[in-house]
Design a protein around this ligand. Sequence first.
Ligand code: FAD
Length: 287
Amino acid sequence: MIPPKFDYHAPKTISEAVALLGSLGSDAKLLAGGHSLLPMMKLRFAQPGHLVDLNGIPELRGICLDGNTVVIGAMTVENDLIASETLRERVPLLCDAARLIADPQVRNRGTIGGDIAHGDPGNDHPALSLVCDAEFVLQGPNGRRTVAADGFFLGTYMTQLAEDEVMVAIRVPSFAAGTGWAYEKLKRKTGDWATAGCAVVLRQSAGRVTHVRIGLTNLSQTALRAVDAENALLDQPFNEAAVQRAVDAAVAITDPAEDLRGDIEYKRAMAGVMVKRALHTAWARSA
Ligand code: FAD
C-alpha cells in the first residue's frame, strides 16, 4: 500500500526541526525509524502533509554518560541499545528488553524515542521507562524541558509531548549495585507486540524489598505503573503471600482490549502470570 502524498523536510539540527514544526503546524509529523508512522500513513490513520525527518541530526543518536545517568539519544535504534556496553553495565534491563521488540529488521531502524513518543500502549519502552525512573528531554520553541516518564503517558497515542516539540534524549539513572530486574513479555510469535508484559526493577536488604517498580505493557489504554502492587511488596519479606498480593493489585488496574491476541479474561490472567514471573526473576537477580 502507498501512503498519501507528503512534502519531505530534512533538517540538520534540532533547532531547525523545531522551527519546521512551528511553521508547518499540525500538518507536520516527525519521522524517526518510520516503523509506526509509515504503516499508519499507508492505512490512512495518519495523513500528514509534511514529514520532518530526524535522521540527518547526528546529535540525536548515541548513548553516553552524564555522571551516574545514562543519556540515550532519542534516535538511537533498538540494535544500538542491545549492543551498548554502557547500557549493559548500567541498565541491563534495556538491553535485554530491546531483544524482545519486533524483529531484527525493525530493530535496525526503530528508535527508542519513536517508540516512546508514539504513545502506543502495545510498545515496550513506555513501561520500561516507568520502572527505570527515566526522564525525557523535550525541545520546543522555548528551549528544553525534562519530563518524568511517570505521568508522561496520557492515553492511547497521547503523551505530554507538544506538537512543536522534539524528544531529544531519554535519561536513565544507572542501577544501584544489587538491583534485580526483569521484563516478561508474552507474545504469539517473534515480531509481535505483547499480549501482556511486565517490567520489574527491585532492590532488597536482609530479605526485605527496599525498592520496587512494576510496569505493565499492553494491558490498558497506556502503559501502567502498578503502584498498589509495589506497595504490597515494599518493606515486606519476599514470599509467596506478598507476591500474590502484588499480583492481585497489578491485575486489578488492568483494562485490556479484546483483540486477536485474546479476550479480556485471558489477557488479565496472563498479566498475573507475567507479573509473578518478572517479580521472581528480579528477586533472584537482586542481592
Ligand atoms: P516513527 O514510526 O518514525 O514515529 C512514531 C511516532 O513518534 C510518530 O508520530 C513520530 O512523529 C513520533 N516521533 C518519532 N521520533 C520522535 C522524536 N524524537 N520526538 C518526537 N516525536 C517523535 N514496538 C514495540 O515496542 N514492541 C514490539 O514488539 C513491536 N513490534 C513491531 C513489529 C512490527 C512488524 C513493526 C513494524 C513495528 C513494531 N514495533 C514494536 C514498533 C517499532 O518499535 C517502532 O519502531 C516504534 O514504535 C516507533 O519508532 P520509530 O523510530 O519507527 O518511529
